[in-house]
Design a protein around this ligand. Structure first.
Ligand code: RRO
Length: 311
């Protein structure tokens, strides 16, 4: 049988697997990051989004398993950017991406100035889409302000930088965000973050299931797959080819990963399913993806990446 090769690229590095953890899942503590660094069939890892200061996050309960996904209102619990910057600077087992989130535009600039001044030369991802901070909007839904922040960032930032986007639901919005992003030398776009401000109702108790924000939280997992695929596809059709797409959202099978790649994803992140199944999920997804490729006679991801057909 012909050998199937799942190589993908992260910046100019070749990695053996297209799978990445979704930021926020099993990547907050040193121990969790070390687990990821040793996980087979995980090509690269991304840290929990880091803020300038350590954050406890929102009160519990803040994650709830749904039949076809999850809802979370974590509220950016993290050990502070210094910890994650130090981790990725020293990481030597797997390629890593440093995720950072800012509670304001000024914070984003301060954080990126610190990374610019550091020894770290690897990829950073600016999270413009956390849905769970009390009183704070998701920046990437405000096209003008996103443009302003990126203009300021790229007035001094010269290291590899991508952004994490929220899902969009209107073709005009895909046009607008792409026009903004195409102005900047971004290395990648990671799409989608959770679908913000969903709500789940426990019929038995007649209550919401997470505490902060009256129960409104980010929805992920199987039920967001069509939204994720649409965002990967629509952005791949609009963004400069130099901006790689990391597809995140709704992956529970190798077939789902195949679909993300067909829509144009370079890497594929898995979040909710790893919470449900554990880190062994990457082995199963890899085996399933290889099986589909074998059945179709594909030997590398580039045989089908971005080649989705229209009717
Ligand atoms: O920590 C969170 O509540 C969180 C973040 Br920063 C994010 O980007 N996406 C999400 O679903 N939860």
């Amino acid at each position: 049988m012909t050998e199937i090769n799942l190589q993908a690229t992260l910046l100019d590095q070749t990695i053996d697997s297209p799978f990445l953890n979704a930021s926020g899942v099993h990547c907050q503590t040193q121990e969790e990051l070390d687990d990821l660094a040793q996980t087979k069939n995980l090509g690269a890892l991304v840290t929990k989004s880091a803020t300038l200061q350590v954050r406890e996050g929102n009160p519990n309960p803040r994650y709830y398993d749904l039949p076809a996904g999850s809802i979370n209102s974590m509220g950016l619990p993290n050990l502070g950017y210094e910890f994650y910057l130090d981790y990725v600077t020293k990481a030597d087992k797997k390629p890593t991406i440093l995720s950072v989130a800012a509670l304001s535009a000024a914070d984003a600039i301060t954080l990126l100035k610190k990374i610019q001044a550091s020894d770290y030369e690897g990829p950073t991802e600016l999270n413009l889409s956390c849905p769970n901070i009390v009183g704070e909007p998701q920046l990437a839904y405000d096209f003008e302000n996103t443009d302003k922040v990126l203009a300021e960032v790229f007035s001094f930032y010269t290291k590899p930088l991508g952004v994490k986007l929220p899902p969009y639901f209107d073709l005009v919005h895909f046009d607008k965000i792409s026009a903004v992003l195409n102005k900047y030398p971004l290395t990648h776009v990671n799409t989608i973050n959770s679908v913000g401000n969903g709500l789940w109702v426990d019929i038995e108790t007649e209550q919401v299931v997470t505490k902060a924000k009256g129960g409104f939280g980010g929805v992920g997992g199987a039920m967001v797959l069509p939204t994720a695929l649409a965002n990967v596809r629509a952005l791949r059709q609009r963004l400069n080819p130099s901006i790689k797409i990391m597809g995140t959202g709704g992956v529970t099978t190798g077939a789902d990963a195949f679909a993300h790649i067909l829509c144009g994803a370079e890497l594929v992140s898995v979040g909710t399913q790893v919470i449900k199944e554990g880190l062994g999920a990457y082995d199963r997804l890899t085996a399933e993806l290889k099986e589909i490729m074998a059945a179709k006679g594909y030997t590398s991801l580039s045989d089908f990446r971005g080649k989705l057909k229209e009717l």
